[in-house]
Ligand binder design. Structure first.
Ligand code: SAH
Length: 243
């Protein structure tokens, strides 16, 4: 049992469990006072702790000793157009497992935006971070127009634009040629794809690398997961295996 909490973590300083934690511990895990849990908050590393008290909608836990120190998890930002609910839940879970640092929903010309529920995205990001033993939960940002994001883009951060059609370089070629120290974003389009005018405009930006994921047209969530996988394999932390 591994929980993300808001409170600071220090030895023998009780932390508050939320109603969601209490529900999960009581009803899903059938846990009670005295049972062991692992806690992390994205700042103080991971802690061995025990459940102190547990009621229907609240509780507390007592951190005992730090098990892993905090460290940066500097993955790419994922910029994605909102998808239908089940695909988006799936995408968020997989993106967190694949180490994204931030989830940024974007609105493009063919984006259907009737479906954005930030609270649901945050809940899924937390659940995935708990499960995959991350030490941070990626930031979940508010939806923005892609034009706004590009105007304000940090010039020292590359942006891989997954282009389903038109001129683009194989993604692994681009990643292998890049400096190892760079910061990255990955942009995938909506189910309807990018408008050709959008692709033309993206192509002109100095930080953009137009990349191909092969000759087949992938679903948006497949494209995002495939691009993240390539990024992790070439530039990420897959050489840092857990003991
Ligand atoms: N309906 C569109 C396809 C959209 S696919 C069409 O028929 O053209 C959704 C998104 O996934 C695309 O905008 C792109 O970002 C990404 N994608 C899908 N297949 C890709 C590929 N082979 N290479 C690069 N990106 C791809």
């Amino acid at each position: 049992m591994r929980l993300y909490i808001e409170d600071n973590l220090a030895a023998d300083r009780p932390v508050t469990l939320t109603a969601a934690h209490a529900h999960y511990l009581r009803n899903v895990m059938r846990a009670g006072p005295g049972d062991k849990v692992l806690l992390f908050n994205g700042r103080d590393g991971e802690w061995d702790a025990a459940i102190d008290s547990l009621r229907k909608n609240s509780g507390s836990a007592l951190p005992r000793a730090q098990r892993r120190p905090q460290r940066d998890e500097p993955g790419p930002w994922l910029l994605f157009a909102p998808l239908k609910r089940s695909s988006q839940d799936f995408l968020i879970q997989k993106a967190v497992e694949l180490g994204v640092a931030a989830l940024q929903p974007v609105r493009t010309e063919y984006t259907n935006t009737g479906r954005i529920n930030r609270d649901r995205m945050v809940a899924h990001a937390i659940e995935a971070a708990e499960q995959c033993e991350r030490l941070t939960v990626p930031e979940v940002r508010e939806i923005e127009k892609h034009t706004f994001l590009l105007e304000n883009w940090p010039q020292d951060r590359y942006l891989l634009v997954c282009a389903e059609r038109g001129a683009a370089q194989p993604i692994d070629e681009v990643l292998r040629a890049a400096p190892e120290t760079g910061a990255w974003g990955i942009l995938t389009g909506p189910e309807g794809g990018f408008a050709s005018s959008e692709l033309e405009q993206l192509r002109t930006l100095p930080f953009v690398r137009m990349v191909s994921l092969g000759p087949r047209i992938l679903r948006a969530e497949t494209a995002a997961i495939a691009a993240l996988t390539c990024w992790q394999s070439v530039l990420g932390d897959w050489d840092d295996h857990r003991p």
